[in-house]
Each structure stands twice: as structure tokens, then as C-alpha cells.
Write a protein that binds this ligand. Sequence first.
Ligand code: ASP
Length: 325
Amino acid sequence: MTNPQRAPHLPLGEKRGGRLYGQHILSVKQFSREDIEAIFVIAEEMRTMVERVGTFDLLKGKLLASLFYEPSTRTSSSFTAAMERLGGSVIPISEVRYSSVSKGESLPDTVRTLECYSDVIVLRHPEVGAAATAARYVRKPIINAGDGIGEHPTQALLDLFTIREELGNLDGLTVTMLGDLKNGRTVHSLSRLLTLFHARINLVSPEMLRMPPEIMEELAAKGVTLSEHRELESVLPNTDVLYVTRVQKERFADEADYLAHKDAYVITPATLTQAKQKMIVMHPLPRVGEISMDVDDDPRAAYFRQMEYGLYVRMALLAMVLGKA
Ligand code: ASP
């Protein structure tokens, strides 16, 4: 681990050690391949335990503060489900307008408050770098659940886990990312993680929604084979993972630009006739038209299974940062 922000405060009686114990999870850049393998071993164990017993007491007595300044369905509910399946409890603050944030309280003061009551803080915020800022003010682990157009590290870990579970391996795959690559934080994180696995990455987007050049430079410097396209057709036949994203309406200053791009790509059963039989279609969700519902019954449509994998990965992460894995 290279994360320098190891929380210095070890609660008394806590089992010490473990790869992520006491760590903030701010960016995928902090993970090595070994870290990821360790997370996935524990995620597999979590899956077995959930299937066998549903809920168990690994994190009994632990509290998670769930602080969301932006909307969420899957991330917030899967962290809550993860904590409760591990026997812990959650302080949910999803409507910050009903909290003291609406009175003008700063992010540092809000997280300093929550660390008095909880053992780990899950934070989603519209500003890039907000989780890293919050982490400077608290000793308890902060988990970045999305910082604006920055990163979404736990999503990328569950995306990678999905690929491994569905395709059986992670090395040397051709991953095609489609849609709003400029504003989509999930692709910013996933593409960085894929640099550890010798991936070939095809970036397919409208000109206006290209992957930010600084991220492309970062990927290229790590030796990834990258190519950019405006159309899906030429790259689909060789694709192992088609990762579809929503055009991120909330990030557009001009609604006309959003309207001009929102239907740039729509995946239908006809699209998939050009794809391999052994490949998967992923989407972080919510989808708003970019994958037609007729695709859902295709066995290659992995986006609903992807959500379930997210539960096991988030259970693993919580157990690890709290020193119980
Ligand atoms: N749910 C994902 C996110 O929070 C993807 C999206 O909103 O399009 O980034």
C-alpha cells in the first residue's frame, strides 16, 4: 500500500495488521495488484457467508456514517446492506439539506462530527478531491463513494471483481468503455485499475465527452494499449468487456449540449449480434436509455449481477478497514 494517510489512531483491543486496516480508501491509485487479490479473496468469503447464513456478527458494535451530498441508490444501499450483513449499524445522512450542512457547516466540521460517533465514514460529494480533503481532518477511515467527476474507487473494485467472476480472469482483456468518458468517474477509476492487468482499452465517446487527456497520459505511461473511437462498430467484435456509461446530465453547464449527446449510443440486441459469445456488458447504473431493456435477458448482460458483486466487495472493504478480516 502506498497510501500515506494511514489513520494513526488504533482503537484499544482492535486486532492490528491487515492490508487495509485503518486506511482511507480515496483513489484506486493506492492499490497494488496484491491488495486487489486480497480484497477479492475476502469478497469471495463474504459471498459464501451471505449465501450460507445471510447475516453474521463480524462487525457487531461498529458504526458506519453514510454521508451523501449527491444522489445514490446502489452505493448507499449496498454499503448499508454490507454493514448490516456484518452485524454493524449505520448512521444515514443522505439528505444533507436536513443536516447542519444546510446551515453552512463545512465538510471538515461535518466529518469531524461524524467521526465522534462512528468507526468509518462513507462519503459522496460533488467536488473532485472532497474525500481526500475530508481525510485530512479525521482519524477514522474515509471511504470515497464518488467525488464529483473524480473517482469512484469502490465501484471500480466491484467492476473488476465482476469481470473476474464472469470471465474467469483479469489479464490481457480488451475493455471497451462507451459513453461519457469525460464526466464518468467510474471509468476514470476502472481504467486506472486496469493498468495493473495488462488490459487493452478502447475509448468510444463523442468528441465532447472524451476521456480527459491527463488520464489518457497516465494510462499510456503505465503501458496500456489505448485507442480512441467515435463509433463502437469497429471495436465491438474484439471486445471482452463492454462498459457502458450514462451521459452525466448533472455535469453539463448547458442543457442543449446534454440533449445533443444523451442518445449518442444505444445498445440493443442488434448491436450484440456483432459481439463475441464470451463477453460481458457492464454498466454502473443508473441507465437512462443507453442500454435497451431488450438486452437484459441476454446472458452477456452482467449489469444486474454486477450490483450483487458490489455487496460482497463492500463487505470485504469494511471488514478490512476495520481490522476484522
Ligand atoms: N452510479 C454511478 C456513479 O455514481 C454512475 C452514474 O451515476 O452514472 O458514478
